[in-house]
Design a protein around this ligand. Structure first.
Ligand code: API
Length: 275
C-alpha cells in the first residue's frame, strides 16, 4: 500500500507521495495506473517528494505526467509540494529550496495562504526545437490544415508553445493542441498555451498540456505565456493570468531575469492505493 495526498493548484490536480518515509519505486505504467480517473486515483500529474540531491536544498521533488512520462517542471505542482512538506511537518521553513530535474526552485509562503515560486530564467529557444532554431527568434510559424499557426516557443524548464488568440473560449485547443503537442519539431513534445490578451496587466489562458491534455490550470504555462506577451510588447511586468481553474500572478522583469509565480495550493484528502 502507498500513502498519498490528493492536492490541486487551481484545479490542476496531483497525487503527492512522500518517498522519504516510504520506499517508492514506480514504473511509468504504475504512474499511468495511479493517474487513471477510472481505474486508479486520478490526477494530471504525480509528484514524488525525495531527499535533496544538493547540500543547499531541503528536498528534491520529481514530476510525472498522467501518461507516465517524467518531466522537469510543474508550477502548480511546486506550490502543492511546498504545502505538502509543511503540512506533513517535513519542514517548518517559510522558504524552501527544492532540487528538480530542471534545477533548483525557491518556494516562499506569503500572506493569504499563497505560495510564491521563483520559476527560474526562461530560455527562449529551448533545445527541444532544433529544427526551428533561429537567431533567438521567439516567434515561429507552421502550416496547419491549409493555414498557418504562429507561436512563441520557450522553456520554463519544460517546453512551451504559446499561441495568441482573440478568445480562449473558442480557441482550437481540441485540434491544434494535440497536433502541436506531438509535432516532430518538438523532439520532446510540447505544452501548448492559448493566450487572450485582455489588457497589459491581464490575460486569459487555456493550456493543452504535454502528457495530460487540457488541464484547469498550468503554472509553467502561465509563466511562458506572460514571457511571450512581454517579449512581444503586449504586457507589463506584473500580469494576472485567468485560467479556467482560477488566477495566478506572474511577474517577470525581462530577459535574464527569473519569473515569479504566486498562487494557492490545496490538500483535498489523504488516501492509500494498492499497487
Ligand atoms: N505537462 C507539463 C508538466 C506539468 C506542468 C503543469 N501542470 C504546471 O503547472 O506547470 C510538461 O509535460 O512539461
Amino acid at each position: 500500500m502507498i500513502n498519498f495526498t490528493k492536492m490541486h493548484g487551481l484545479g490542476n490536480d496531483f497525487v503527492v507521495i512522500d518517498a522519504i518515509g516510504q520506499d517508492i519505486n514506480l514504473t511509468a505504467e504504475q504512474v499511468h495506473f495511479i493517474a487513471d480517473r477510472h481505474f486508479g486515483v486520478g490526477c494530471d500529474q504525480l509528484l514524488l517528494v525525495e531527499r535533496p540531491v544538493r547540500e543547499n536544498a531541503d528536498f528534491k521533488y520529481r514530476i510525472f505526467n498522467a501518461d507516465g512520462g517524467e518531466v522537469a517542471q510543474c508550477g502548480n505542482g511546486a506550490r502543492c509540494f511546498a504545502r505538502f512538506v509543511r503540512e506533513k511537518k517535513l519542514t517548518a521553513k517559510d522558504e524552501v529550496t527544492v532540487d528538480t530535474n530542471a534545477g533548483q526552485l525557491l518556494l516562499r509562503f506569503i500572506d493569504g495562504g499563497l505560495i510564491t515560486v521563483n520559476m527560474g530564467v526562461p530560455k527562449h529557444a529551448p533545445e527541444q526545437i532544433p529544427l526551428l532554431m533561429k537567431d533567438e527568434a521567439v516567434q515561429y510559424s507552421l502550416e496547419y490544415d491549409g493555414g498557418i499557426v504562429s507561436f512563441s516557443a520557450l522553456s520554463m524548464g519544460n517546453p512551451h508553445a504559446v499561441i495568441q488568440v482573440e478568445d480562449v473560449v473558442s480557441a482550437p485547443l481540441e485540434t491544434v493542441g494535440p497536433w502541436l503537442e506531438k509535432h516532430p519539431v518538438f523532439s520532446e513534445r510540447v505544452n501548448v498555451g492559448f493566450m487572450q490578451v485582455v489588457n497589459r496587466q491581464r490575460i486569459k489562458l487555456r493550456v493543452y498540456e504535454r502528457g495530460a491534455a487540457e488541464t484547469l490550470a498550468c503554472g509553467s504555462g502561465a509563466c511562458a505565456a506572460v514571457v511571450a506577451g512581454i517579449e512581444q510588447g503586449l504586457l507589463d511586468s506584473n500580469v494576472s493570468v485567468g485560467l479556467p481553474g482560477g488566477d495566478l500572478l506572474i511577474e517577470w522583469a525581462g530577459r535574464g531575469q527569473p519569473v515569479f509565480m504566486s498562487g494557492p495550493a490545496v490538500s483535498v484528502y489523504e488516501g492509500q492505493i494498492r499497487i
